[in-house]
Each structure stands twice: as C-alpha cells, then as structure tokens.
Write a protein that binds this ligand. Sequence first.
Ligand code: AMP
Length: 205
Amino acid sequence: MKIVLLAPPGAGKGTQGHRLAEHFGARHIATGDLLRAEIRRDSPLGGQVATLVARGDLVADDLVLEVMIPVVRDAVRTGGYVLDGFPRTLPQAQAAYEAAKDIGAVADVVVYLNVGQAELVRRLLARAQVQGRADDTAEVIGHRLAVYAQATRPLLDYYADRGLVLEIDGEGAVDAVNAEMVRRLSDVVPSATTVPMRKDARKPS
Ligand code: AMP
C-alpha cells in the first residue's frame, strides 16, 4: 500500500503513520525524523537544515527530494510506504509524481487527518513537555501552523482533483482514529507495484 498522510503539525501523523505502516506491511517514512537524524549526526545535510527545522521553516524542496526519492523508491520494492510529512509543497508533490509514475510508485491514497487548530496547539504543547523538540515552543508552533496553511494545505486541492483524498476526523483518541483509518482504507486497492527484475534472475524454463 502506498499512502500519503497529509495533516497539520500535531494532528498525529507520526503515531498514526507508524501504526498504518505496521498494519499494511509498509514502511513509515517521516521526513522530519530523517532530517532530525541528520542534524543529530552533524552531517553536512544536518548542518544545512538545522536552523530551518528549529525555526519551523521548510527545508528547500531540492534537498528534501534528494533525501526522500531514493527512500521512497526503495520502500516500493518492499511493501509500499506511508509518507509522513512529505510532500509539503506543490513543487515537492509534482516532482514526487514525476519520479514515481514510471516505476509504479505513485500514491494509492492521500489520507487527510482533520484536526482543529485549538486541539493542534494543545497537542503540540503537550508533546513539548515529553519530547523537548526545539520546534515545539509556543512561538514556533504558531509559525509551523502558518507555514502549513500557506504551503501545504493547498496540496489538498491538488490531490482532491485527482480523486485521491480520504478525509478522517483526527480529533478522537489514537485507537479510535486508527480503527477508522484502517476501516476506510480497506476499500482502497493498492495499484500494481513495479519490482525491477534482478539482472541474474533466471528465465522460467
Ligand atoms: P515534522 O517532524 O514533520 O513536523 O517536520 C519537522 C520540520 O522538518 C519541519 O518544520 C521542517 O522544518 C522540516 N521538514 C519536514 N518535512 C519537510 C518537507 N517535506 N519539506 C520541507 N521541510 C520539511
């Protein structure tokens, strides 16, 4: 199964993405987690993105695509993906589609987790107590929600035009939201996955 999770910060993409991936035997790919790992490793990429991530600004499309496209390609060969936090801009979505279309990697469905603003802020501030993420301060949270509204929310129309959006009410408890997602997703049939033939694969006799 190939799923894109589209939702504002704090809607539960991480938790629900992890569970969905387990349920469907797909790989949970969280762009923010990949970027934070680079920052922790102090890699050249980590150095380039650290300030942006801490401020809640988006990382340049080219950099994100460079990180994501190989990981997505790989996931498609092994059970599909649940993308959490990617694409986040229209150019990312368009480039991802171009890279995916010839290899059977285009998303089957875009799950839009709908959670109201007040609940988002409440959850993000609660998470700040537990995880201590640099970008979970009240000020940065406000900025991230504004960035989402401006850069990412328009993707809903882009995907709705292609008939891909499944809207889920994300305000409930984790288990209830998860059950509803799984129930609604069971009607979605995964499109064929292209598995490149190994060079040494023997022809059938
Ligand atoms: P997240 O963990 O999804 O909330 O992402 C944390 C931060 O990583 C974001 O605020 C951005 O700075 C950066 N980031 C994550 N995904 C993307 C993306 N697709 N495009 C640009 N920046 C991203």
